[in-house]
Design a binder for this molecule. Structure first.
Ligand code: HEM
Length: 272
């Protein structure tokens, strides 16, 4: 009952008469919550981030699963701020905010390591086929989202010379050219899409001058590639940990199902 009310509240946000103008809204639900409302409209084999990932050397990635994520993006922060306040007012009796993070673009397409982030993303033409569940499958048109907040160890990272940073990432810093061969523990090798399958990333820098990092925002039509990449970064398959995990620490970890807009719209209060 509560889950249905929450979904109706979120569906109401998508209606044109509310003031979402100028701001993009992505809403995602804890997979088990969505499945409890739409058993036939949930993707096969999708679970929340329900326990930490424990990898090589006792390394851990925490699980901080929540019921709902709302990602609002727009051209300027004042508009996003006002819209976000309006959204919170609409949902006031349905949900409380467990955590919030504000992101901002850095150097056009770089993350706060200073490297270009997204080079190996599928092109926008191919992104839909990578990120969206195909027609005819449960949850069609929706996407699986992995969201993790990574705090960079700024001092340790900045103490590395550029060639050392490049060996950690597996690409050159100025132009993002892949190293050949990619070092075995490099980030590009540990998440190699030729091994794990393609995903679509929309990472966002966050934080201030002293404490900052990367919000990892990864979409895929299936959970499996995302899950296997995390396990590979943690060194689970072969004991080799991603070198990037020595310079950045995950503070959160959650999976969400992002349904197609049409799948949510049917729950809007005045469409029933
Ligand atoms: C601190 C967090 C992270 C940072 C700063 C970061 C940054 C980067 C950078 C700079 C690249 C190279 C350029 C590119 O191809 O985009 C890259 C590649 C990539 N990253 Fe990350 N990343 C982070 C976390 C993650 C996580 C958690 C995953 C997966 C669950 C991931 C998946 C990938 C993939 C799939 C590639 C492309 C690999 C390939 O096929 O060459 N990243 N990342």
């Amino acid at each position: 009952m509560e889950a249905t009310a929450l979904l109706a509240g979120v569906a109401g946000l998508k209606e044109p008469e509310t003031t979402m103008g100028g701001v993009n809204l992505v809403s995602g639900f804890r997979p088990e919550l969505w499945r409890s409302i739409r058993p036939d409209g949930a993707p096969d084999r999708l679970d929340g981030f329900n326990s930490p990932i424990v990898g090589a050397e006792g390394y851990q990635m925490p699980s901080t699963q929540h019921d709902l994520v709302l990602w609002m993006a727009g051209g300027s922060y004042d508009i996003v701020f006002d819209e976000a306040r309006a959204v919170l007012r609409s949902l006031v009796n349905l949900a409380h905010v467990a955590t919030e993070v504000s992101g901002w673009p850095y150097g056009h397409d770089r993350d706060l390591t200073g490297f270009i982030d997204g080079t190996e993303n599928p092109s926008l033409l191919d992104a839909a086929s990578v990120a969206l569940i195909p027609d005819g499958r449960p949850g069609a048109g929706g996407s699986v989202l992995l969201l993790q907040k990574w705090q960079h160890d700024v001092r340790a990272w900045e103490s590395l010379a550029v060639p050392e940073q490049e060996r950690v990432i597996g690409r050159t810093k100025p132009e993002s050219i892949e190293l050949d061969p990619k070092p075995p523990a490099s980030h590009a090798r540990r998440t190699d899409q030729d091994v794990f399958g393609k995903i679509f990333r929309r990472n966002v820098p966050y934080g201030g001058v002293t404490e900052h990092g990367t919000l990892f925002v990864g979409f895929c039509a299936e959970q499996e590639p995302l899950r296997r990449m995390l396990e590979s970064m943690a060194g689970i398959p072969d004991g080799v940990r991603d070198d990037l995990t020595r310079y950045s620490r995950p503070l959160s970890g959650a999976y969400y199902f992002v349904p197609a807009v049409d799948a949510i719209r049917g729950f809007a209060p005045d469409s029933r």
